[in-house]
Design a protein around this ligand. Structure first.
Ligand code: HEC
Ligand code: HEC
Ligand code: HEC
Ligand code: HEC
Ligand code: HEC
Ligand code: HEC
Ligand code: HEC
Length: 472
């Protein structure tokens, strides 16, 4: 009997403690955002912690628990003699896209403008539109005495952390070596420490054309983190080829890599194809190259699902998938099957495939991703083009709604049948938020709420300003 009471009180106190903790960390108005100075006692600055990649996950836990407030977290530079010898991409058969362009000039010129090609690059003034001059290059932190600056120097672009405390000045500077993202939503920047890659604390946000704290790692909330390791999976979705140093998480052969998602990721490496056709210039039948259009549907959509099936983990090494092979030998899909795929901790890449597979369009036709998308092109802002894709299989009159609304619906198929959804709300309080725009739900069906919204919009007179933004 007595032990029961003991158990109960332990349970009650425990539950209470959990609630108090939850409230303290996530509840309502977060005190540290309201009054940062009070919340962040500064005793001794700068407090610098160098962490190796192995130690990082432990340190990250501490960051999440707010135990490293005010700490400058720097990567411990790996002790390597020289840099790992690199295989040239050609050694694994990967051909630079300009070589493909020698015979496929049109695809090459289209592709260069595509978000795929531009999704990773080396920084340059044109490709990284952020401003490098004061005051626009400054990003505040929650410490009034600490801020970031993004600067352009003759030999490259840098991110600097400045701390001024009790008359002392502290500066840490890291070079922006690689850019991730074509800039639709924004861009993140990676820096080499010897042959290890880390994400830098400042990212560029297209919305507002401004620099801000990189998403996700409580950057804004009082740690100055230069040590977030960049994993192979990150590059696997955003680049064509990197060679990871075996048994390491974030060390890569620095001499050779291929940026952008280019031809080889969707068509296979290509060297044999190129050599064959160079040797047989009159041959018109293709040799040793994969055209996704000739694969069965499961394998055809797998080409895109390498990177567009949400959270999925590499089975072993990245950059080894050959289009035409089953994807399961390369990636393990998460088994979660939420209505809307918001189960991933970092859901910035949605799972279009899983949603599309649920649609009648997909189930009752042989549709693939490239029925609607031309992955060689920059299709942004070309909704008309995508509406035309619906009309490949449908007549406008297939839509019962049309009988009620008339031809006003013709341009708007997508608005009602593939509404914009928030895949996951990962906006955190304060500035530390990734402004992930809403994305198209690829489950094509009748969505009553979306229909109501569109009908309401149609019944309102359009203000002049928004008419100007209607895509042609
Ligand atoms: C020396 C010329 C040459 C080069 C370089 C070349 N190709 Fe080709 N490619 C051809 C010819 C010829 C064909 C067959 C005719 C056609 O489909 O245009 C072909 C066809 C293709 C096809 C269609 C295959 C099919 O069976 O439907 C794809 C896809 C392709 N090439 C991709 C590439 C990629 C990717 C590269 C770079 C890795 C590349 N090609 C480099 C000459 C070349
Ligand atoms: C599963 C594949 C995948 C992984 C892993 C991944 N991304 Fe992405 N990322 C995408 C896709 C797909 C998009 C485009 C989102 C969309 O519109 O569907 C994207 C978008 C972005 C953007 C915005 C690009 C723009 O033009 O607006 C940035 C920046 C970015 N990712 C950075 C990263 C970084 C840094 C990592 C690793 C830490 C990473 N991503 C890991 C697939 C991935
Ligand atoms: C993101 C994936 C992706 C990338 C990158 C890509 N392709 Fe393709 N490519 C495809 C798909 C999918 C098809 C089939 C399209 C279809 O039939 O609608 C295709 C078809 C082709 C064809 C056959 C003719 C045609 O247009 O249907 C050629 C040739 C080709 N691609 C060349 C290239 C070259 C050259 C590059 C690089 C400069 C490249 N592709 C980059 C996915 C890609
Ligand atoms: C190796 C990874 C990879 C593969 C393979 C891939 N994609 Fe992507 N895709 C990306 C990334 C990363 C982005 C985000 C590009 C950015 O804006 O930085 C993207 C963006 C897109 C977009 C949005 C473009 C825009 O306007 O912003 C579409 C549509 C798309 N991919 C379709 C496809 C299709 C269809 C296939 C298969 C034929 C495919 N992708 C294959 C990685 C990939
Ligand atoms: C029935 C047509 C259709 C099919 C099939 C389709 N998409 Fe889309 N997709 C769209 C439309 C429409 C948009 C929104 C384009 C816009 O807003 O500019 C879109 C947008 C996207 C985007 C950009 C991010 C977003 O959601 O706004 C990506 C990435 C994408 N699709 C990938 C895929 C992949 C991968 C497949 C195959 C699994 C696929 N799509 C199949 C119609 C289609
Ligand atoms: C490859 C052919 C194809 C394309 C492209 C296509 N559909 Fe379909 N769709 C079908 C088929 C087949 C069905 C099932 C038979 C039917 O209802 O007509 C269907 C069904 C539908 C339905 C009824 C869904 C339900 O759950 O009852 C809607 C709504 C729809 N499509 C809208 C669209 C829209 C919007 C687009 C463009 C973004 C599109 N479809 C593109 C083939 C296609
Ligand atoms: C204003 C919102 C809206 C727009 C825009 C719209 N639809 Fe629909 N659509 C609906 C609704 C609601 C239904 C179901 C009506 C019913 O069954 O009475 C429907 C039904 C359909 C169906 C048939 C479903 C079935 O059960 O047979 C198809 C196919 C379809 N739409 C395709 C399209 C295409 C293609 C376009 C663009 C040309 C389009 N829709 C534009 C709201 C819309």
């Amino acid at each position: 009997m007595k032990s029961h009471w003991l158990l109960w009180s332990v349970l009650c106190v425990g539950t209470l403690a959990v609630f108090v903790l939850i409230f303290a960390f996530w509840g309502g108005d977060n005190p540290r955002l309201g009054n940062a100075k009070e919340y962040l006692p500064i005793r001794k600055w700068p407090r610098v912690k160098e962490v190796s990649t192995d130690e990082y996950s432990k340190v990250h836990e501490m960051v999440l628990r707010d135990q490293l407030m005010g700490t400058v977290i720097l990567p411990r530079v790996p002790e390597v003699q020289g840099l790992a010898a690199a295989k040239h991409p050609q050694d694994v058969g990967i051909v630079p896209p300009q070589v493909c362009g020698q015979c496929h000039a049109e695809h090459w010129s289209e592709c260069q403008q595509s978000p795929h090609f531009r999704t990773s690059s080396e920084p340059c003034r044109e490709g990284t539109p952020g401003r490098y001059e004061p005051p626009d290059n400054r990003v505040e932190s929650f410490h009034p005495q600490a801020w970031f600056e993004v600067v352009a120097k003759p030999n490259g672009f840098y991110q600097q952390l400045h701390i001024e405390y009790q008359g002392q000045a502290f500066l840490h500077e890291a070079r922006m070596d690689l850019v991730i993202g074509s800039g639709k939503v924004g861009q993140s920047f990676l820096s080499w420490s010897k042959d290890a890659l880390h994400q830098l604390p400042v990212s560029y946000f297209t919305d507002g054309a401004r620099w801000g704290h990189s998403p996700g790692f409580h950057y804004a909330e009082g740690t100055f983190n230069f040590a977030r390791p960049i994993t192979e999976r990150c590059l696997d979705c955003h680049a064509t080829w990197f060679e990871r140093v075996p048994q390491t998480l974030n060390r890569f052969a620095r001499a050779e890599f291929q940026l952008g998602v280019t031809c080889s990721r969707c068509h296979g490496p290509g060297r044999e194809h190129v050599e064959h056709h160079q040797a047989h210039p009159n041959e018109t039948v293709s040799h040793a190259i994969t055209n996704p259009a000739n694969l069965n549907r499961e394998l055809a959509v797998a080409v895109c699902a390498q990177c567009h099936s949400g959270e999925a983990e590499l089975v072993s090494t990245g950059f080894r998938y050959h289009p035409g092979e089953p994807l399961a030998e390369y990636l393990v899909q998460s088994s979660a099957d939420a209505e809307v795929d918001n189960t991933t901790p970092d859901p910035h890449a949605a799972n279009q495939l899983r949603r599309l597979e649920k649609s009648a369009c997909f189930r009752q036709s042989d549709m693939t991703c490239f029925t609607c998308h031309d992955p060689h092109r920059n299709e942004r802002g070309r909704e008309k083009f995508l509406v035309d894709r619906c009309l490949k299989c449908h007549q406008p009159d297939d839509c019962h709604q049309r009988k009620l609304t008339g031809d006003a619906v013709d341009r708007l198929c997508i608005e009602c049948h593939m509404p914009l959804v928030e895949y996951a709300d990962i906006r955190r309080p304060g500035q530390d938020s990734m402004p992930i725009p809403k994305m198209r739900d690829h489950r094509i069906q009748v969505w009553p709420a979306a229909t109501t919204n569109v009908l309401q919009r149609l019944s309102k007179p359009q203000p002049e300003a928004s008419k100007a933004g209607v895509p042609r």
